[in-house]
Design a protein around this ligand. Structure first.
Ligand SMILES: C[S@@+](CC[C@H](N)C(=O)[O-])C[C@H]1O[C@@H](n2cnc3c(N)ncnc32)[C@H](O)[C@@H]1O
Length: 220
């Protein structure tokens, strides 16, 4: 097991050992391409919320985006990011940006950490809607209850499997430590989609392999 990169909590330490930066980067590039990022204007002003250690921002830079900002609540995770994006420590329930000032907001694996559903989700989605320009896009990638996800957690319920595979152990450790919000999120898929769809017009939506991959657009 690798030591944590910084002075981080138990959850942050598990997150940091779940994937290497290279694995994470490949994953983010795949998701961005699947949701159409190659066709988005490269001078778009992009904010990644719940950006963690910032590998999503690195993926955006690889694809040619250069006006990048990140927001996360954890100074310890943000301290691992060394790229050119402007990163801010803040609570995504109150985004530190003016109204209609950004073109694209991205969240990957952040909304399922919100403590109160639907209130916190309404708040974040309302904030994203507020800071986006008309026509701006909101990209969401979050865990979703699918047979694959249930299978992974079933395998992870065996101690021997966790001992044999560090990545699985890191995933199960994160899941245990965030259990209340994670379980609350997975059990209310209709509420989540209704909240997103009330604010945004759906452009793309893929569900599979334990993930929701969703792209919405703020009406012009
Ligand atoms: C699962 S990590 C995802 C990080 C990154 N998006 C990724 O996919 O690797 C969730 C992140 O959400 C952050 N977070 C949790 N609650 C938050 C909040 N209310 N506002 C901002 N960030 C928050 C945590 O610090 C953590 O970095």
């Amino acid at each position: 097991m690798k030591p944590p990169e910084n002075n981080v909590s138990a959850w942050e330490a598990a997150y940091l050992r779940f994937e290497t930066r290279e694995e994470e980067l490949r994953k983010f590039l795949r998701r961005l391409r699947k949701l159409g990022a190659n066709g988005w204007p490269k001078d778009a002003e992009v904010v990644e919320i719940f950006c963690g250690r910032g590998t999503g921002l690195e993926a955006l830079r690889h694809l040619g985006f250069c006006r990048l900002e990140g927001v996360d609540l954890s100074p310890a995770l943000l301290a691992n990011y060394t790229g050119p994006a402007r990163c801010v420590v803040a609570d995504c329930r109150q985004l530190p940006f003016p109204d209609t000032s950004r073109d694209l907001v991205i969240v990957q694996g952040g909304l399922h950490h919100l403590p109160k559903l639907p209130d916190d989700l309404e708040q974040v989605v309302g904030e994203v809607w507020r800071v986006l320009r008309p026509g701006g896009r909101f990209m969401v990638v979050e865990p979703w209850r699918t047979p694959f996800l249930q299978f992974v957690h079933w395998v992870g319920s065996f101690r021997a499997a966790r001992q044999a595979w560090d990545k699985l152990d890191a995933l199960e450790t994160m899941t245990e430590l965030e259990w209340d919000t994670y379980e609350q999120w997975l059990r209310q898929p209709d509420l989540v989609r209704r909240c997103l769809e009330r604010h945004f017009t759906v452009e793309r939506c893929h569900i599979g392999w334990g993930k929701l991959m969703w792209l919405g657009r703020k009406p012009e």
